[in-house]
Design a protein around this ligand. Structure first.
Ligand SMILES: Nc1ncnc2c1ncn2[C@@H]1O[C@H](COP(=O)(O)OP(=O)(O)OP(=O)(O)O)[C@@H](O)[C@H]1O
Ligand SMILES: [Mg+2]
Ligand SMILES: [Zn+2]
Length: 678
């Protein structure tokens, strides 16, 4: 009697499953969308028949065939007309109970059905793959169809015509062959799954079938179900290697929600979060919990807090405005910039640390890569991989020239566009950026302008909401405090400061807070507006520097929203607005003081030169052109004395400015000590 269980025909069992209400309905709706795949939730199958569900996981190749046949048989009952048209359908299994971690995939899983989750880093264009190849025998003209499997095109062994039977030669006939769309993807472990300090693992996924190709783009978080397969790479002239490479033959693929995996807090944790949010010192406590082992830098840690929580993005019918903030730390060597960035990448939900050069060929944005086997692929760079997270970019001044161009779009529009090698794509890069850079001259030179100090174009600088300068200036008091702090760390092997909030709770707090979308209160609007107008009117007097632009106003809004979010408040208060103004002022002061007039001058960031300097450069240029009219080329000493006498520009200052014009290429030296405008 026990035998009876064994003889259940799997195909019949599958068909019984497809006779359940939910799947009968799905089958009868296939014709509407002209679909050829039927999606099956694994859990439904498991509830229906645990045994068959388990067999499917163990022997997917065989059992998927049974499932396909059964689904087709049931389709013939539900919708015979459509069944007639489609000839076959594919059953696609989604949502296994558990995803297999990429780094645990190994020989035990070969041949099994698994689900993997990851982030797409690379995708090939969709290519037609031949399923049944037709070969014409060149001797007798007979067409020989050959079903294709594996990676290489197989020719018939011998002509099938009884009168011929010759072993070739054969000719491939495209019109008589059948093709199917295929695409290769490479997925990588998600940053949030990555054990600290490990390199992310990748897995290649092969997609076959017009209904599963072209669903996912680089940067997308996906879940794919498929059979794990292994193949031996071939070394030319040597043979196949014994160590196989794994890939996944996908049966289904789903693009997951774009939001970072929010690990829902437990009721006790939620209690703690709500309690903390009501604490009047919550901002203080969070700042104190950010990188407690790094001494000082409270204003930078405050900015990092705003960056972690972020402002609220606005999507209007005509434009969209980013909510994520960007901040830049420019500083002397050895001032813990890298340490801060690495810390932020660890605690931020979906945080990613990279150097300006990027860790892959795709750099910071994206690249078109030539694959080993020929063909092109689109590969996502760091900003695309950190979509909806925080990208910490160290040594940003050293980024690749291609990135310098592409990063403008990424920082403001939050997309990365590629058009190269036949691939045209726009990828999402909705990320907050925390960047660090060294001063162009090794150390920050306070008597020089910001853009002289940072080797980044002003167009990039102006996209940072907040910029801070970290200078390593000897100071007895702070040196003594900092050194005891550092020495204490080394003695104890742990931080000398108590963290008010444990890291795990802080991370959950951030995820939780992202759910609140604070809106500007009347009082906050008034404060921001007053500040903006005051700064603008300071520059109304003709010719005086423009202190602030609409970009800074948007930055202020983001900062104020982030601050409200930290306390889980639905409305941005006057206090939030004041704090945003204070930190913006601090940032502007650090970079924007016009040293000759001591007025804040946003031109310094926007055009790279303070107003007074631009005026002087303008005077030098016009004087030079004036003199050129008379003499053709101008002797340098003559120009210098003209400037000194007529325009009151001291000789040393004039020489420095001329040096700058020479470096910029606005002016050149046709002969030694002679100048000419280019
Ligand atoms: N304020 C500080 N508190 C604690 N440690 C510090 C502080 N400043 C520097 N350090 C220590 O100095 C070392 C150098 O820091 P880090 O490598 O982050 O510097 P950096 O700013 O990235 O320098 P570079 O510009 O050369 O890359 C680290 O071990 C860091 O812990
Ligand atoms: Mg560093
Ligand atoms: Zn033949």
């Amino acid at each position: 009697m026990t035998e009876e269980l064994e003889v259940v025909d799997p195909q019949e069992r599958f068909q019984d499953f497809f006779k359940t209400e939910k799947y009968r309905q799905r089958l009868s709706q296939m014709a509407v969308g002209g679909k050829t795949s039927l999606t099956v939730d694994f859990e439904d199958l498991l509830t229906f028949d645990q045994r068959i569900a388990e067999e499917l996981l163990e022997k997917p190749e065989e059992y998927l065939k049974h499932a396909n046949n059964a689904a087709y048989a049931q389709l013939q009952i539900e919708d015979p007309e459509y069944a007639e048209k489609t000839a076959a359908i594919d059953v696609r299994i989604v949502r296994l109970l558990q995803a297999a971690p990429l780094r645990k995939l190994g020989s035990q899983q070969i041949g099994k059905l698994v689900m993997v989750e990851g982030i797409v880093v690379r995708s090939s264009p969709v290519r037609p793959m031949v399923m049944q190849a037709a070969f014409r025998c060149k001797r007798c003209g007979t067409i020989n169809p050959v079903n294709q499997t594996g990676s290489f095109l197989k020719a018939p062994f011998a002509c099938s015509s009884p009168d011929c039977g010759s072993k070739g030669p054969f000719e491939f006939v495209q019109e008589e062959s059948t093709f199917i769309d295929s695409q290769d993807l490479r997925v990588q472990e998600r940053p949030e799954d990555l054990p600290p300090g490990q390199l992310p693992r990748t897995l290649n996924i092969k997609l076959v079938g017009s209904e599963i190709v072209d669903l996912a783009r680089p940067g997308d978080h996906i879940s794919a179900v498929g059979e794990v397969r292994a193949f031996a790479p071939t070394l030319p002239g040597v043979g196949k290697l014994r160590a196989f490479i794994l890939h996944l033959d996908a049966n289904s693929i789903e693009v997951l929600g774009k939001e970072p995996e929010t690990v829902l807090p437990s009721p006790e944790e939620e209690q703690k979060i709500l309690e903390l949010s009501r604490d009047p010192w919550v901002h203080h406590k969070i700042v104190g919990s950010i990188a407690p082992s790094i001494y000082g830098y409270d204003h930078i840690k405050e900015a990092i807090m705003y960056l972690l929580f972020g402002g609220v993005p606005k999507t209007l019918p005509d434009i969209s405005i980013r909510g994520e903030m960007n901040a830049l730390l420019v500083g002397d060597p050895g001032t813990a910039k890298s340490q801060l960035l690495q810390y932020v990448a660890r605690i931020a939900p979906r945080g990613l640390y990279t150097s300006g050069r990027g860790t892959t060929a795709a750099g910071l944005t994206a690249a078109v890569i030539r694959e080993k086997g020929g063909g092109m692929s689109l590969e996502a760079g760091a900003l695309v991989l950190a979509d909806k997270g925080i990208a910490c970019i160290d040594e940003m001044d050293k980024m690749r020239p291609e990135d310098r161009v592409a990063i403008h779009e990424a920082m403001e529009q939050h997309t990365v566009s590629v058009a190269k090698g036949g691939i045209v794509a726009t990828l999402n890069a909705r990320t907050a950026i925390l960047a660090a850079a060294n001063p162009a001259l090794g150390r920050y030179e306070p008597h020089r302008t910001v853009s002289e100090n940072i080797s980044l174009p002003v167009t990039i600088l102006s996209r940072f909401d907040l910029i801070f300068v970290i200078r390593d200036v000897p100071n007895k008091e702070s040196d003594s405090k900092m050194s005891s702090h550092i020495l204490e760390i080394h003695r104890k092997g742990s931080s000398p400061v108590e963290t008010p909030i444990p890291v795990e709770l802080l991370r959950k707090y951030i995820s939780y807070a992202k759910g609140t979308k604070p809106i500007l209160g009347q009082e906050a609007i008034k404060r921001l507006k007053d500040f903006y107008l005051a700064m603008r009117s300071a520059s109304e007097a003709e010719g005086s520097p423009v202190a602030i632009t609409a970009r800074q106003l948007e930055s202020l809004v983001r900062t104020a929203e982030a601050r409200a979010r930290v306390a889980l408040r639905k409305e941005v208060s006057a206090e939030d607005a004041e704090a945003a103004i204070a930190i913006m002022k601090r940032s502007l002061e650090e970079v924007g003081i016009d040293l000759s007039s001591y007025k804040m001058d946003i031109d310094l960031i926007m055009t790279g030169k303070p107003k007074s300097m631009r005026d002087r450069l303008q005077i030098i240029l016009s004087t030079l052109m004036e003199m050129e009219k008379e003499t053709g080329i101008v002797e340098k000493t003559a120009l210098l004395s003209e400037l000194e006498v007529k325009h009151n520009i001291p000789r040393g200052e004039a020489e420095r400015l001329i040096g700058q014009l020479l470096r910029e290429g606005t002016v050149y030296e046709p002969r030694e000590n002679y100048l000419k405008k280019t």
